[in-house]
Ligand binder design. Structure first.
Ligand code: 3LM
Length: 404
């Protein structure tokens, strides 16, 4: 199937023909750990890369290859590697390209375990990590040098919804032969395709919207064939061993089939929830790219197809009252992770971003009062009603009427 077909069609059909597989609509799941050869010569040739036979599941499997082809098509990337987790994707990719003495420049706001990997994995190995506010493209221009191997950012960032201009950053990176690596977990390729904007590598936690049902942990790295081969045969094979299981490949193929439909509804619900929060007298700030008062809305319109399903907000309240608000919710679940059918809420300073110290949270623009909401697929009236009753429970009144 060519890339002329629409996203939704490729998410369902790319790289698999039922009629060439005994009519099976759902592709078979390969769980074999090893693959047999006709003889030693054929096995030897496979190890030399002289034929395309599968060898051992740490290097890939037929069902993994199908998933990778489908995902590469959705991200408009030349190649893709599926991994056992988002952190498996991030660590396998970064370890493949940095060595002691190199510099990695990262945006100020990062998912907690990515930050922890930079602090406790890369820095002790002699890799310099510099954090900059990459929303201000000028800062990259001022700090990048020939020692910079990688520039790394999420957009929107977890948890505070800041954006970076992918195209502008890529142009600067390429003047210095540095690679731009974007974590596209929040958007998925349905809403944003960093490679088409000049990024060299894209990583995902597929645990989130791509799987979509909270029943798997997985990741992806995407980029040019040469880079992905290097990550597969070095970063993953020899360093992290973060191999995806055949069962998770199957669940992910299923998740991808409905990605566009689910994400459309996540965005529709999140827009209404963000508007509701933004008009509440109990909410100090609502960070959502779909709000007219969102500072980076022009950039959101330029590089994102819709505003996404994630919202961050701060209450006009103490940290204790913010926790009380989360605890007062009845249908909405207090849980980390995101992109599931269930609406999930959490307090980053206590949970996902507890890898940052109090000082680091402030330095990295993550307010200790911030609440993160992953808007799910329940009926919008029920989501708003639950938020409303939590406002009443903490503040004595909701401050407004619900209008979905
Ligand atoms: C979370 N995030 O709740 P896995 N990149 C981004 C992410 O949000 C995540 C990863 C990578 C959350 C997980 S916190 C204990 C739970 C932007 C994960 C890592 O290895 O698949 O979890 O992805 O924000």
């Amino acid at each position: 199937m060519s890339n002329d077909h629409h996203f939704a069609t490729r998410a369902i059909h790319q790289a698999y023909k039922p009629l060439e597989n005994q009519g099976a609509l759902t592709p078979p799941v390969h769980i074999s750990s090893t693959y047999a050869f006709d003889n030693v010569e054929q096995g030897g040739a496979a190890f030399e890369g002289e034929n395309d036979r599968f060898i051992y599941a740490r290097l890939g499997s037929p069902s993994q290859q199908l998933l990778e082809k489908r995902m590469a098509s959705l991200e408009q990337a030349e190649a893709c590697l599926a991994t056992a987790s988002g952190m498996g994707a991030i660590t396998s990719a970064i370890w493949s390209f940095v060595k002691p003495g190199d510099e990695l420049i990262a945006d100020l706001s990062l998912y907690g375990c990515t930050f922890s990997f930079f602090e406790h994995g890369l820095k002790p190995m002699g890799i310099k990590v510099t954090y900059l506010n990459l929303s201000d493209t000028k800062l990259l221009k001022q700090h990048i040098s020939k020692k910079t191997t990688l520039v790394y950012s999420e957009t929107p960032s977890n948890p505070n919804m800041r954006l970076v201009d992918i195209e502008a950053l890529a142009n600067i990176c390429h003047q210095y032969d540095a690679k731009l690596m974007i974590d596209n977990t929040y958007c998925t390729p349905y809403l944003q395709q960093p490679i088409t904007l000049g990024a060299d590598l894209v990583v995902h936690s597929a645990t989130k919207y791509l799987g979509g049902h909270g029943d798997l942990i997985a990741g992806f790295v995407l980029g040019q064939q040469e880079d992905i081969d290097h990550i597969r045969y070095f970063g993953l094979k020899d360093m992290t061993g973060a191999v995806i299981s055949g069962f998770d490949v199957s669940l992910l193929l299923r998740g991808l089939k409905t990605l566009h439909v689910r994400v459309d509804r996540h965005c529709e619900n999140a827009q209404k929830v963000a508007e509701f929060l933004d008009t509440s007298p109990h909410v100090k700030n609502t960070f959502y790219p779909g709000l007219p008062n969102y500072a980076q809305q022009p950039l959101a319109k330029k590089q994102m197809r819709q505003a996404g399903g994630m919202i961050a907000f701060e209450l006009n309240a103490t940290r204790e009252q913010s926790a009380q608000f989360v605890n007062a919710l009845e249908m909405i679940l207090c849980a980390v992770s995101l992109g599931d059918a269930e609406t999930l809420i959490q307090h980053p300073a206590s949970m996902t971003h507890s890898t940052y110290t109090e000082e680091e949270l402030l330095e990295h623009l993550i307010s200790p009062n911030l609440i993160r909401l992953s808007v799910g697929l329940e009926h919008i009236d029920d989501i708003l009603a639950d938020l409303n009753q939590a406002f009443e429970s903490v503040f004595g009144d909701s401050g407004l009427a619900i209008s979905a």
